[in-house]
Design a protein around this ligand. Sequence first.
Ligand code: WT7
Length: 631
Amino acid sequence: MRIRTLEDYTTAYRKSVETPERFWEEVAETFSWHKKWDTVLDYSFEDYSVKWFEGAKFNITENCLDRHLLTQGDKKALIWEPNSPEEEAIEFTYKQLHEKVCQFANVLKSNGIEKGDRVVLYMPMIPELAIGVLACARLGAVHSVVFAGFSSSALADRINDAQAKIVLSSDGNFRGKRIFDVKKVVDEALENCPSIEKQIVLKRTNSEVTMKEGRDIWWNEEAKKADTFCPATIIDAEDPLFILYTSGSTGKPKGVVHHAGGYMVYTKYSFENVFQLRDDDVYWCTADIGWITGHSYIVYAPLLAGSTTLMFEGVPTFPDAGRFWEVVDKYKVSIFYTAPTAIRALQAKGLEFVNKYDLSSIRVLGTVGEPINEEAWDWYHQHIGKGNCPIVDTWWQTETGGIMISNMAGVTPNKATFATLPLPGIQPVLLDAEGNEIEGNNVEGNLCIKYPWPSILRTTYGDHERCKQAYFSTYRGYYFTGDGCKRDHDGMYRILGRVDDVINVSGHRMGTAEVEDAINQHEDVIESAIVGYPHEIKGQGIYAFVICDENSTKSKEELQKEILQTVSQHIGAIAKPEKIQIVSGLPKTRSGKIMRRILRKIAEGDVSNLGDTSTLLDPEVVNEIKEGAGL
Ligand code: WT7
């Protein structure tokens, strides 16, 4: 099943398109199942429903852990590198990780968690986060990890949407020089979360916390009482594994739901082939488990593949900008997977931080999360890969569960700034505005996928209509990605960025409506419009145009400061706009629609060609905004 040559790729790809069910069935055969599937695939993109391997019985953690115990129980499964290089690292063999996961599964069980229950995790990047995720999966419970940078109100929304029974947290969180009060955020959220029965708290920073009698319990004390074996709950391939919230172009974040069987099959398959995994690899993905990259390619796929996965608590610039390379050197990391925004940030700090370390262990580099620019690609290739490591540019999404378009390290060609070719099983098409497939090469269009793959999202939690609306209604019969894309003269794919009202800041996805809703919570704000603009390090920055109450007694500076606080409170610091321009009006059409195209141009600082403004209700407002922006 493993692809090792270009010819293997071509053969596998052809087979996956000609006989997809046969193709995926053969891949699925390589996993442990208690019972095999009744049907390989049953689907409709018209009235959206997808089922892979239905009727199969299994547990994903038996594939991640138990099945390795016999052959490589003493192999390192998880290496954890703490925030501070002064603190000791922790390593878990497969055997040890199995015990920890079982033990914590027993804790969850004794606190009432059963198959199908939802558990929210709001935790730092510590081993217990991965253990908590796997413990849920052990019991067939559905995990929902919320990135620990989100605010208490964003956390409460997610807990309530999922009607979670238990939340896992820690006292605090070390990130760089700072300590965050994790439990305080959770406590605040829980004031408005009636479904939560227990909060299980891990001690990390020894920060002072108050434990609420009857609700809050300590992780370690509970674990001490629990047995280190826990039988896996056997579930169906089409039972849910997790919910992960992500932003769309409208309203509140959606809970993307992934089901266990197809997700397992696809994440492992894509991982081994894209990175061309070897037995002795030390693999490091720098993402946070709060995002899909961490779910699929820190926790599940590497463990399914029996590999060694490294998890890092800290930030790239603490104690200094050499931290990533120090860690690579320390563990002899052979596969390194990060985001363009991190590459650009470190590139800006200079080579002295890189050249202090021995990076010769690196064999494969990867990027994910946003389009990579040529300069960053070249720097990564030359200075980190020393000119001789393939870079896999992996395009995918929360909804796709796994990597969709990417080169395979050293097997299919590299092409700077191109995600290149689809993985076997993935059928990308470019559609024009009328919904016609654009044939041939050297073309551009909206990227859609025309056939299901095993780890496609199954629904959006509690609202299947929304799932249909968001992904299957723009183009009938296709999954619409929201990305614009080019297919060049060689048939290689290059992602151009979002074509919907979603922006990507440092690889974090945000809905314009979501940020506007947050800004509008400020009592002096009448209306707002946000757009993304090119940002050197972050890829995109957020530019907010805000109309405030004329009678407000506050100064511009005060308003700007308070608006930032409002966004932090409602979403989290990651959504804070770079620039806030107070305006007296917004460019709207006669039907009341904001012409974002114009605002985007102004935010970019390019007003040479604003296009047709004749349909605007009040064209004069554009001049005023231009002037206000200093253009
Ligand atoms: C959006 C999905 C998938 C893990 C991280 C982000 C953008 C992702 C690439 C890439 C160009 C990329 C797309 C996509 N994106 N990877 N290699 N090249 N753009 O997951 O938060 O669901 O965001 O990230 O715009 O739609 P996400």
